[in-house]
Every structure is written in C-alpha cells, then in structure tokens.
Design a protein. Structure first.
Length: 620
C-alpha cells in the first residue's frame, strides 16, 4: 500500500477565513504537516464578508498554510474572487484553489475527490443538469471515489443510524437534499464530508449497493466559530482507493449499517421516500407547483434573497432576465473594475474598449483570438506564461505539462515550438531561413517525443500525439494567436486496440471525415486534426488526419446563417476538444474533456514538473 495522504477537512468558515487560516496553521504545526486542506460549505459566507480581508487573501497578504481546495456553498463567490478564479483557471491565490461547479479531481497523491458546489436553496443553487452530470461521472469511477465534498447533507442519511440519536428526536432540520443523496449513492465515496445544518455528526459506516465493496463514512462538520461550538475540522490519513489491498478495503467495521438511501424511508407526510436508484434520474422530486414561483426555464423556485447577476434585480433567474431581450447593460457593484480597460462602472462583456477592436461582435471571447503576441498563452515572451509547468526548453522547442492534464502523474505533455508558428502545415510551407528553422523545429520535436516514449514505455504505457488546428484566412492568421502545440498523452498499453476505433467513432459523431493517406490539407488556412497512434510495432506510428466533412460544412453554413439572423454567437465548425474528448473517454473519465475540471494548485503543478524533469532527462 502507498504512503497515505494526511488531509485536513474543515466546515464552513463563513467569511472568518483570516482567523480560521491562523488556527489551521496552528493545527498544521502541531499535528501536521498536512498534505492538503479541503474546505466545504461557504468559505466566504454571505455578502456581509469583509471586503478588505477578501482583497488581502486574493493579493496574497493573507497566507494559506496548506494546499487548499474549496467548493461553493449556499452563496455566490465575491466578485473579486470570481474574477481571480476566471483569470487564473480556478486559483484564488497561492495554495488556494476553487474546484468549480462539480466534477472529479485526482490529486498528485492519487486520491480521487468528487465535489458539488452550491445547494438546493440559496443564491448559489446547483442545476438539475449539474446533478445528473455528476451522477453519470460514476461511469468513470465504477468502484467509487475516495472523498465526496458537498455543502448539504444527503436526504435520509440519519436513517438506520443509532448515533443520530445524539441529534435529538426531531430530525426535521436534518432532512438534507435528495440530489446529494443521488450523488452519494452514485459515486460511492469512502468519505463524504458536508456541513449542512452546521452540526458535527459522524455516522456509522454504511454499505454501498452499486458495485463498490467498501463502506462509506459520512461526516457532517460544524461551522467555524459557531455559537454552539460544534467541531468544525476533521483530520485523517487516507491512502488512494486504487492502492489499498482488497482485504483491507472490503473489511466491514462492527457498526456498519445498511445503505440509508435504499431502505424505503418514510417522508413526513407518511409517503415512501424514493430510493437512490430513482434519485439519480429524478433528483428534483422535492419540486413544488408553479404557484411557488418556479422558473419555467429551470424548474427551480426563486428564493427571496436571490438577485439576478445580469440586472442585479430580484424576482427572476438570470436565465429569465428581461435585459436579455432589451439588451440593457448590467450595473456592476461599486468595487468591480473591468479587467479589459481597468475602469469601473461596467462589466467586461459590456466594455466600450471591446467595441473598438476589429471584432464585429465586440465579444470578449473573440478578443482572445486578436491579442498582442505578448499575450499568447504559449509564447515564452509572455510575462503571464505559467512557467511552473515548463519541464525543458530546447533550441527551437520547449516541453511543458498540459494545464489540467488527463493523467494524475504528470505524463500529459505539450511539445511547443518556441517561435510563434500556427501549425505543422504552415511550418512545412515556409522557405529560406524560416524554412530551415522550421525543419530544425520539427526535428527537435521528434527528439522530445522519443524521450517521452521511453518514459511511457517504462510504465507499460503507450503514446498518442495529436495536433488540432482551428483554421483561418491568411488575414486572420496574421493577427490570431493560434500557437501550434502537440498534445502528447500516455495510455495504458492494454488500450492499444481501442484507440483507432475510438477516434473513428467520435469523428463520425462530430461530422469529421478521415483524409486518405493521412495527408495534411493543401491550404495553410484549412482546419485539421492530425493524430499519431502506435501500431504496436516498437516506435512505429500510424497517422490519421481528420477534417470537417462536406455534410458538416453544409450543416455549419445553415447554423451560421441562423446565428447571424438571431444575433447569437456562431458555433465552431470543428470541436477544438475533439482529441481530448477521445483521450478522456479512453481513460474512463469523459468529464475530463473539460480541462478546467482537472486543474491543480500551483504547488502541485510545480511538483509534477519537477518529477517529469527527473524522468525525461532531456539534453538538448
């Protein structure tokens, strides 16, 4: 069994994070060091938080002593925090990461952590689609996950529990959420932490019934500085599920109970509660009638304290906001400053500066394609380049970890030309001195690939490489920031027979066709996805090139015309996550197609980069 991870879990801090982090530092000094800190519930609390403290946290003046992950509670994140999260791919400050809406995360130690932000009521409600997606994520973790983090208790968690008598006879305040019960039942965590009513409650372990052999331990945590002085933190040593001996994993503690979500519980009105296998498809069973102000679009009641984030008015969800029809600009809070022009008074999407650009629509998304080269995500000259990810820099090429990589040990890499090239096809077309440099670049890329091949082979893994070029006219490419990069992903060797069929299936679903003989397009501006897959014969590879089919092009023309007519954004003709989607599916984690779900704190990225430097040992 591997070395266990020492984890500290805390309940809702409700904006008192400055004092709480000081106490956590003391706990870490006395009982640690801890490898990670998990924060459930409301970290920032309601809008009564101290803005000065929030700003000090974001700027790094308030230190976080342990690599920490937080989820969203019942309240929205402060605007300044949301801006930091959007700007830094989830990182609020050094060692503090916001996990996001929901998903699965693998830590560097190998722990699989599932999380759900928000609650069934409050200003930060999760959606039906979010719950359904998280339940379906169990397909990538059929044997369960190590930890589940939620704000609410699951409905029915006190059923069959002797220890719940300590909560008193009236448990109406501990009803919990059916959606959370559905998630817990589907994901089968070894540990489930929630803060719910703000009481400490450590339930007896219960059996899982959906395939997992281990028991689940539910721990409800109190709130920091609560009036009732409930226990608000929980420390533990935990080894990854995948690295525990079967006898130890499947052992049943003496106090183990049956599964509380499948035992036919009784509701307060005497009706039978729905079992968890129904919850996963019908988790909104607590819904009320339309007389209770439910949105026709989302099906959820608008709480009295909810304020629309588009017009800052109460009484409707953002999806139903009247300003979406009138086009009226939103009014931001006093402390909000637009990140595009650094002027207060408007949101970034309404920035006048955006209208002055070359973009017909004035959208911020389009601005990402028309920035100064110094803003390119992959140019070494960019001062904002995330250099902690870099593993090696050669003469013409550098090697870096993929941001939000697909494998937990750091093997998902990017090989990137130092020069700002758009694609392999463009480099093939260059002449003279530029052409010679391009040839040296492609030659050096092969050296990097060879080194990675050796690293993967030592782990009994195989290498898949893919490059996706989004296309564009000569005029567009002159100012666009499409910097060529080769994605290199390791897969278990046993998946070799599945790789080509997986790409072909997904290509058919996406409306892409396979180009004969793996040829790149004649025109430099044509989009393509070039894939190299192993043949099983040493270092030999097979090249496949995909492009939009004629039917897809015709379909996209109709979609573009409709979008132009209705004023909506024109959809892409080719999914830029095509290659990643196939890789994530092969790895059994389709939710990982969204790279933001796989983000790690900067400290862990630095560890992975250091490990890869030791493994690759490039001498270029």
């Amino acid at each position: 069994m591997s070395q266990p991870t020492k984890a500290l879990v805390v309940g809702a801090l409700n904006g008192n994070f400055k004092l709480a982090l000081t106490k956590i530092a003391g706990i870490n000094s006395k009982h640690g060091p801890f490898d990670l800190l998990l924060c459930i519930g409301d970290f920032f609390g309601t809008e009564d938080y101290k803005l000065a403290d929030v700003e000090s946290l974001v700027t790094g003046d308030i230190k976080v002593p342990i690599p920490a992950y937080i989820i969203g509670g019942r309240n929205q994140l402060p605007d300044i925090v949301r801006s930091a999260v959007d700007r830094n791919h989830g990182e609020i400050c050094e060692q503090l990461m916001f996990l996001g809406e929901s998903g699965l995360m693998n830590t560097i130690e190998g722990l699989k952590i599932a999380y759900l932000s928000g609650a069934s009521e409050g200003s930060a409600q999760y959606s039906d689609a979010t719950i359904q997606s998280l339940c379906e994520a169990s397909n990538s973790a059929p044997h369960g996950v190590d930890i589940l983090m939620t704000t609410e208790w699951p409905q029915g968690i006190t059923e069959g529990s002797v220890s719940s008598t300590k909560l008193g006879d009236d448990k109406s305040g501990f009803q919990g959420a059916g959606a959370v019960a559905a998630v817990a039942s589907s994901l089968q965590p070894r540990y489930h932490f929630a803060c719910g009513p703000g009481l400490f409650f450590e339930r007896e372990p219960y059996r899982n019934t959906s395939g997992a052999k281990h028991v689940t331990r539910f721990i409800g945590l109190g709130e920091f500085q609560s009036a009732t002085k409930q226990r608000w933190f929980y420390a533990m040593n935990i080894a990854p599920l995948s690295k525990i001996d079967t006898p130890q994993l499947t052992a049943l503690p003496p106090s183990t109970t049956s599964n509380p979500f499948t035992s036919g519980h009784i509701n307060g009105d005497g009706s039978r509660k729905r079992p968890a296998d129904e919850m996963s498809d019908s988790f909104f069973f607590n819904s009320t009638t339309k007389d209770n102000k439910r949105s026709a679009k989302g099906g959820r009641r608008v709480p009295p304290n909810y304020v629309c984030h588009k017009c800052t008015q109460a009484g409707h969800w953002m999806e139903d906001c009247p300003t979406k029809m009138t086009g009226a600009p939103r009014v931001p809070p006093d402390h909000y400053v637009c990140r595009l022009c650094n002027v207060p008074g408007h949101y970034i999407n309404d920035c006048p500066q955006a209208e002055k650009s070359h973009r017909p629509s004035g959208s911020v998304d389009d601005s990402l394609r028309h920035r100064d080269v110094n803003q390119c995500w992959f140019c070494l000259s960019n001062p904002q380049l995330e250099k902690q990810l870099i593993v090696s820099v050669g003469s013409e090429v550098y090697l870096t970890l993929a941001k939000g990589g697909l494998v937990d040990w750091g093997g998902h890499m990017l090989i990137i030309p130092v020069a700002h090239q758009h694609s392999t096809r463009q480099m093939q077309m260059l002449e003279g001195e530029e052409g010679l440099t391009a040839k040296e670049t492609m030659k050096e890329m092969e050296v990097f690939k060879g080194k990675l091949f050796d690293v993967y082979a030592a782990r009994d893994e195989i290498m898949v490489c893919y490059e996706l070029f989004g296309g564009g006219s000569a005029e567009t490419l002159a100012e666009a920031l499409q910097h060529m990069h080769l994605q290199v992903v390791p897969l278990p060797a046993a998946l070799l027979p599945d790789i080509q069929p997986a790409f072909l299936r997904e290509a058919e679903a996406e409306g892409l066709e396979l180009v004969p003989e793996g040829k790149l397009p004649d025109a430099v501006s044509d989009m393509f996805c070039r894939v190299e897959i192993p043949t099983g014969d040493g270092r030999e590879t097979k090249v496949m090139v995909f492009r939009p089919s004629a039917a897809r092009i015709e379909e996209h023309q109709h979609m573009a015309a409709e979008a132009e007519r209705t004023g909506r954004r024109i959809p892409r003709i080719m999914n830029l996550q095509f290659g990643r989607k196939v890789m994530a599916s092969l790895l059994g984690n389709p939710a990982a197609v969204d790279w933001k779900r796989c983000l790690l704190p900067k400290a862990e990225e630095e560890k992975l980069a250091k490990n890869m430097r030791e493994l690759v040992k490039l001498d270029v």
